[in-house]
Design a protein around this ligand. Structure first.
Ligand SMILES: Cc1ncc(COP(=O)(O)O)c(C=O)c1O
Length: 365
């Protein structure tokens, strides 16, 4: 673990909490009873088993419990069919994404990122004075793997970042494209594939890149407990990668995560297949209801594969989102250059009933 001063000496400026919070923040007066469809969270929260496990461990939270972390890492790694040396755990995937930026970008090694996508890695790289090359999505809103590889080749190396499914478009980069990218990484290049929303997708076109980690390829895959597991406030995420890549990222980590969170994660993992299947089915059903509504109103949207979707409102999203917030619906931030699209998270069935009503009031005004 490095101190902030050592990080700064390495040119690895840490993106502050304030800067991260500002990204997800909703600005403007917030009416009472506002529904939160802005940060792709899961309104169900942590599963019951995790709540019980946390209650049990809370009285013991006076100690660090360092001795529990090795077995925890082994259990978590085993849930992906990996060894503890192939994962790195952080306070949310944000922390381990930062580690990857610090470890794999540098002078002459830019960050090459899909655009638009989850912006935090770009903000981290820019804060650390790294070059950021943004590569527009394809016409199907997938990562343009050919262009990204060409940019890495031109630069003589770098870190290629995209999300699969992508935030904000809720679209999938296909199996063949992801595999082509991994098979054609130029020298000095690592691929960072963010699978934060992987478990929501039913697309036969989506394959996790963890399989390629197992083959020893130059790919780092990030996952989080913030989304389908409903634990955003508990802060747990991890990356999967070859042991030598994990070793390069490890110095940029900040101590262990909360022991309370560790127990929540372990309890959730015990029943993960059933939990994930149930939550995926539930939110995809609610999302299908929103799609049907939009179709009935002739409002175009991008076919979604995660717990959020992009609606083509064909007008400035800043003004539109302000209109929704005034009526108690908080939605996602703008994602330039897609300024005429609105990103809305899929909340509870009740939330989405309110969303549909308020959306139509503002849209048809
Ligand atoms: C694609 C993607 N990756 C990573 C994150 C970071 O989430 P966390 O740090 O809570 O794991 C988010 C949060 O919205 C996200 O959308």
């Amino acid at each position: 673990m490095l101190t902030r001063r050592q990080l700064a000496a390495l040119g690895a400026t840490v993106l502050t909490e304030a800067a991260l919070a500002q990204r997800a923040a909703v600005t403007g007066p917030i009416p009472p009873g506002t529904i939160w469809l802005n940060a792709n969270e899961n309104p169900d929260g942590p599963p019951k088993a995790s709540l019980e496990a946390m209650m049990k461990v809370l009285p013991m939270a006076g100690r660090y419990h360092y001795q529990q972390f090795r077995p925890f890492y082994s259990t978590l790694a085993a849930s992906e069919g990996l060894d503890a040396s192939q994962i790195l755990v952080g306070a949310g995937s944000s922390e381990v994404l930062q580690c990857a930026i610090h470890a794999f970008t540098g002078p002459g090694r830019p960050l090459i990122a899909a655009n638009p996508t989850y912006e935090s890695p770009m903000a981290v790289a820019e804060a650390a004075n790294r070059q950021v090359i943004r590569v527009g999505l394809t016409s199907a809103y997938a990562a343009d793997v050919k262009k990204m590889v060409a940019e890495a080749d031109k630069a003589g190396g770098g870190l290629i970042y995209f999300c699969n499914p992508n935030n904000p478009t809720s679209t999938v980069t296909s199996k063949p494209d992801v595999n082509w990218l991994i098979d054609n990484l130029p020298r000095n290049t690592v691929a960072l594939i963010d699978e934060a929303y992987y478990h929501f997708s039913e697309s036969p076109n989506l394959e996790s890149a963890v399989r390629r980690v197992k083959e020893g390829r130059g790919v780092v895959v990030s996952r989080t407990f913030s989304k389908i597991y409903g634990m955003a406030g508990l802060r747990a995420g991890y990356v999967c990668a070859r042991p030598d890549l994990i070793e390069k990222m490890t110095p940029f980590r900040n101590n262990v995560i909360s022991i309370v969170t560790v127990h929540a994660v372990l309890a959730a993992l015990e029943n993960a297949p059933a939990l994930l299947a149930e939550r995926k089915a539930k939110y995809n059903r609610i999302r299908a209801g929103v799609c049907d509504f939009l179709k009935s109103k002739n409002v175009p949207y991008i076919d979604p594969h995660a717990n959020f979707m992009m609606i083509d409102i064909k007008r400035d999203v800043r003004t539109f989102a302000g209109g929704l917030l005034a009526k108690g619906v908080a939605v996602g931030r703008p994602f330039p250059p897609m300024d005429g699209f609105l990103r809305v998270s899929i909340g509870s069935a009740e939330d989405m009933e309110k969303f549909k009503r308020v959306f139509w009031e503002v849209y048809s005004a």
